[in-house]
Design a protein around this ligand. Structure first.
Ligand code: S3P
Length: 742
């Protein structure tokens, strides 16, 4: 067998502290170099390096270490960089790669330029973000960099091979390698690392200087200990970091001092609102940033977090349950509550990723929102013109509703904004909102093909238009009505078929009149919203999974409580009843302008039907699970006029056809629908949900009558609309296990 060549022949590590020593150990352990030579001015540390086996050999000087080396790693304090460079310069191999591990990068680049006269293309500055309060070679640990970030800051004209090799070295140490410009690195680190260290040192020093200090340390609570842990770090190193990253650090100190002053004034002036606003925003931001950085849906989904459902045949479905709150109404309650004057209290709010992303978006724009806590949210409305510019792009995760509704709202603000989403949302069409908004005067840029991100220019006066929607879309209608609240004159939207009218109903609830005439809804711009309380009913789209489960599993008898029964949403009940389902609706009542009822479903043999086209927009989100009902019905079910399904979270026609094929069920896909011959045996199999929550839950329901286990991949996004789905499904008799849960 050929023996793999190590990445480097001779690596010289100058400086055997924790980082230098750990890198040496990792290089040796992973056989990344023929030879690892170390040098340190502290003779005892150097000798220890050899004794502990961290380095192969000790050099007598830095110059001797680098002679013949193809990689030189400077792991010395940042203040020593220039003198070390001066010492090694004469002995350096012309093509040696030089890297470092210092915490500031512009300073390193300047030092190299000062000594060598230019920045050679083989210099690849680096900063492993790993470390601990321990120091010295005794603490060297070959695993120190595993799962940690290493930031490389190559110049634009850096040698690609050199960059490739340094990247490969860190990856072999199991680190995540990122690259960015040196200046950017310094700004980011000033804020995320240097400032916190400064505050920790300063706080401990302030308290330690107090006469009462023994008491303070004796009674110090866990919070103080956690918060000041980093004040145990190496003072010399930190002195050097602050001096070398002076400008970026001064900038963040100024910002922080200003914000601290603001809190001081708020406390002095008994201004509880400001305190609450800042604390709530900070608490939420802490959670939010980590999600944003993973670039995935808001709460649970990231590439390392794969959720798989394993679903076995089971049944009957029995119980009395309430599914989570309506997604459409949850989004709208936050949006209108934020723009209203006064405090809006929401109960029954859906704590799913999509609606949480909407909450976060308003927090990013300065709105104080308390909760959600068991479905209860309190929104401190800022009024129609009270939103503030967000500090960065607004991240909407998986939520098409969020992005489309926000585009209307943000087109009317005085500030610029950018709307971004996860991989699925980034593929979805946005011209359907951008085009009519432009006709109103908005300035919006989309990515190619009218896809997200959306860049929206602020301070554009909007004028009302009349818009005949080419597709029946509640999101487009709602987007334009929201923009219309700010537009000059009247904005009216005519729909080709009835779509959900939660926006119209909720606007009325907030005291904003919506003129409704047949298929047209209109608003007159310039009014205001008044806070009100909202009770969000259970989502009929989530109830739909149990309506089908109860219909297909013999012996089932299930009651679903407090379900939203808006006539624009009950298509699933109409269609299932046409198929012969046994569905009883009782206790019908109106809550906050929306009809609500309890629904009882019992097993009944289903038959295939031609789905009436008028029911398509009224059941638009329920088709994946209705296809499962069709599979277990007797005879043929045909769906037409549903091309919209192709641009949902996935192409739901194709994804369902592929999933059904994977469990042995043949279907005929047509451009605007599907034909399913019921009564085919469903085997077990492996189904790809394409990250689409409704596809994942539909196949979980299908497993009830399958002949074997269905394994459903890529299910993390179930949390976008139905947190707790698996537990609730188990409770009523389904046999699903989720692997890789949050
Ligand atoms: C929604 C409208 C529908 C629906 C989506 C929620 C809304 O989308 O599919 O899940 O809240 O307005 P379209 O308007 O694109 O049909």
């Amino acid at each position: 067998m050929p023996v793999a060549q190590p990445l480097f022949q001779r690596v010289a590590i100058i400086g055997l502290g924790l980082i230098g020593g750990s890198l040496a150990a990792a290089l040796r352990e992973n056989k990344l170099a023929e030879e690892v030579v170390g040098f340190d001015t502290r003779a005892d540390e150097l000798a220890l390096g050899v004794e502990l086996g961290v380095i192969d050999s000790a050099a007598e000087s830095a110059a001797q270490a680098v002679s013949g080396a193809d990689l030189v790693v400077l792991a010395v304090p940042v203040k020593a960089t220039q003198s070390v460079l001066r010492e090694i310069q004469p002995a350096l191999n012309g093509d040696a790669i030089i890297t470092d591990v210092g915490s500031t990068k512009s300073g390193f680049v300047n030092d190299v330029r000062a000594v060598l006269g230019h920045l050679p293309a083989t210099v690849i500055p680096g900063h492993p973000i790993a470390g601990s309060e321990k120091s010295g070679i005794r603490a060297a640990n070959s695993q120190l960099f595993a799962k940690h970030k290493v930031i490389l800051t190559p110049a634009d004209d850096a040698c690609p091979q050199a960059l490739g090799k340094v990247t490969a070295m860190w990856r072999a140490c199991d680190a995540n390698v990122l690259t960015m410009a040196a200046e950017h690195h310094d700004e980011v680190l000033a804020a995320t690392s240097h400032l916190p260290h400064l505050i920790a040192f300063s706080l401990v020093d302030t308290l330690a200087g107090d006469d009462q200090n023994m008491d303070i340390f004796r009674y110090a609570a866990g919070g103080f200990r956690d918060f000041t842990r980093i004040a145990a770090s190496d003072p010399v190193m930190w002195r050097d970091i602050f001096l070398s990253n002076r400008d970026a650090v001064l900038h963040t100190i100024d910002r922080f001092t200003q914000d601290l002053d603001q809190l001081r004034s708020a406390i002095a002036g008994q201004d509880g609102d400001t305190l609450l606003r800042v604390f709530t925003r900070a608490r939420a931001a802490r959670e939010h940033f980590s999600k944003m950085l993973s670039g995935q849906a808001y709460v649970t989904n990231n590439t390392e977090h794969q959720v798989t459902f394993r679903a076995q045949p089971a049944g009957p479905i029995v119980g009395d349950i309430r599914v989570p709150g309506d997604k459409s109404m949850s989004h709208r309650s936050i949006m209108l509550g934020a723009l209203a004057e006064g405090i809006t209290e929401v109960s029954g709010f859906l704590e799913g990723e999509d609606s949480l992303a909407t909450v976060q978006a308003f927090r990013d724009m300065g709105v104080t929102i308390e909760g959600p806590n068991n479905g209860f949210v309190r929104i401190h409305g800022v009024g129609m013109n009270g939103l503030q510019a967000p500090r960065g792009p607004i991240y909407l995760g998986n939520s098409g509703t969020g992005m489309r509704l926000f585009s209307g709202l943000l087109a009317a603000q005085t500030f610029d904004s950018e709307l971004v989403g996860d991989a699925s949302l980034t593929k979805r069409p946005m011209s359907r909102v951008a085009d009519p908004l432009r006709a109103m005067g908005a300035v919006i840029d989309t990515a190619e093909g009218g896809r997200p991100p959306l860049k929206i220019r602020g301070s554009q006066p909007l004028t009302g238009i009349h818009y005949d929607m080419p597709v029946a879309s509640a999101q487009v209608k709602s987007c334009l009505l929201l923009a219309g609240l700010y537009a000059e004159g009247i904005t009216s939207v005519t729909e080709p078929a009835p779509t959900r009218d939660h926006t119209e109903r909720m606007l009325e609830g907030f005291g904003y009149h919506v003129y409704r005439n047949d298929a047209t809804s209109s608003v007159s711009g310039g009014g205001k919203l008044l806070a009100c309380n909202i009770d969000v009913p259970a989502d009929i789209s989530s109830a739909a999974f149990f309506l089908v489960a109860g219909s297909i599993a013999p012996g089932s008898d299930l009651t679903l409580r407090h379900v939203g029964m808006n006539p624009t949403r009950v298509g699933v009940i109409n269609i299932l009843r046409l198929m012969g389902a046994s569905i009883d609706v009782s206790n019908e009542r109106a809550i906050g302008g929306e009809p609500v009822a309890d629904i009882r479903v019992r097993y009944a043999p289903l038959k295939g039907i031609d789905i009436p086209e008028r029911d398509v927009p009224l059941a638009i989100d329920e088709f994946p699970v209705l296809f499962i009902a069709a599979t277990f019905a007797e005879g043929r079910t045909t769906l037409r006029g549903a091309e919209e399904l192709r641009v949902k979270e996935s192409d739901r026609i194709q994804a369902m056809a592929d999933g059904l094929a994977a469990v042995g069920v043949k279907t005929t896909v047509i451009p605007d629908g599907i034909i399913i011959d019921g009564g085919q045996a469903m085997t077990g199999g492996i189904v790809n949900s394409h990250g689409d929550h409704r596809i994942a839950m539909s196949f979980a329901v299908a497993s009830l009558r399958a002949q074997g286990e269905i394994v459903i991949n890529d299910c993390a996004n179930v949390a976008t609309s139905f947190p707790g789905f698996v537990e609730l499904a188990q409770q009523v008799g389904m046999n699903i296990q989720s692997q890789g849960d949050v």
